[in-house]
Design a protein around this ligand. Structure first.
Ligand SMILES: [Zn+2]
Length: 316
């Protein structure tokens, strides 16, 4: 993976190359069955779910297209460095998306004003009024309002001769660019995944955590997920032999599962709610059940939940 990432930091890879790399990653994670590594045969959509960060429900696999853009946004940033490394001055064709990310994430702190571009750099609010000469022709009411607003903003700006302009990255604590902060911008507006910490901070084995991650996404290899893909399956729940098998039935609504949790609750002398028909999904039940656990024991409770789910799955 190191070589493609190195290339991505300079040039965008073509779609076919990204597809080949992604197919290899899919095969490694074993999200698809047999040799069917295309999107239609995967348990979860690759780009939309798997390649999301852990905290918003993915597996944290890099989305190469977006990560490449984040890597290349370092180039416009380096041009603002007071002592840019020699290789940063190599003429590289700017990636429009990378430049846009950089411009949106950088704030220019004015010094002598020699480098900041008036119209295209993000330096307001921090003079002279020479910028007025750039405005020619008749102004509409809207343009006039913007003109007056700009006038007010500029009134508080003053230059500091002898001090160069410098750039600050808005999305890092130290004001410096980092690829991870640029990459994180792509997911800033995504909804948080409530079970992320419960799953990935547990003490269970990774294979069990991964299984629970599938269960919470309702994508275990149960009949409801196998049937649409034409894969062999038993349509009836193997535990109660009463209902159609699905992720939600198996782990939340099945009478067998409910009895298992009843017994475990008695054994552990606790009062957490057991999975039953009043819950919509594994996530719905888990959030409510762990809320009742003392804070100091929540990690242990999460591990307990994951291992019990894994054991129930092994019974089918
Ligand atoms: Zn059942």
């Amino acid at each position: 993976m190191a070589l493609p990432l190195h290339l991505l930091s300079v040039i965008p890879l073509p779609r076919w190359a990204l597809n080949i790399i992604n197919r290899g990653c899919r095969s490694f994670i074993n999200l698809a069955r047999g040799e069917d590594m295309n999107g239609g045969h995967c348990l979860l959509p690759w780009s939309l779910v798997v390649c999301q960060p852990l905290e918003i429900g993915g597996l944290g696999v890099l989305n190469l297209r977006l990560f490449g853009t984040a890597l290349r946004s370092r180039w416009p940033w380096l041009r603002w460095s007071p002592m840019p490394p020699p290789w940063s001055l190599i003429p590289v064709k700017d990636d429009a998306a990378a430049v846009a990310i950089c411009k949106a994430s950088m704030v220019i702190l004015l010094g002598d004003g020699s480098r900041a571009k008036f119209w295209s750099e993000n330096w307001l609010p921090g003079g002279n009024n020479r910028w007025i000469k750039d405005i020619i022709g008749g102004l509409s009411a809207l343009a006039l309002a913007e003109y007056l607003k700009l006038w007010d903003l500029l009134a508080g700006v003053s230059l500091a001769p002898g001090h160069p302009d410098r750039a600050v990255w808005r999305f890092s604590d130290n004001g410096m660019f980092s690829t991870s902060s640029a990459y994180g911008l792509f997911f800033a507006a995504s909804a948080r995944f409530a079970c992320a910490k419960s799953i990935w901070k547990s003490k269970a084995l990774t294979k069990c955590n991964f299984f629970l991650w599938l269960a919470v996404h309702k994508r275990c290899p149960t009949a409801d997920n196998l049937a649409p893909k034409g894969w062999p399956h038993n349509p009836i729940c193997a535990l109660c032999s009463l209902e159609v098998e699905s992720c939600t039935h198996l782990f939340v609504h099945c009478r067998f599962t409910e009895q298992v949790w009843h017994k475990l609750r008695v054994w552990s002398k606790t009062t957490f709610p057991v999975p039953s028909c009043i819950f919509y999904s594994t996530e719905d039940w888990w959030i409510e059940a762990r809320r009742r656990a003392p804070k100091a024991l929540r990690r242990d409770f999460d591990t307990f939940v994951i291992l019990v789910h894994w054991r129930i799955w092994k019974e089918t």
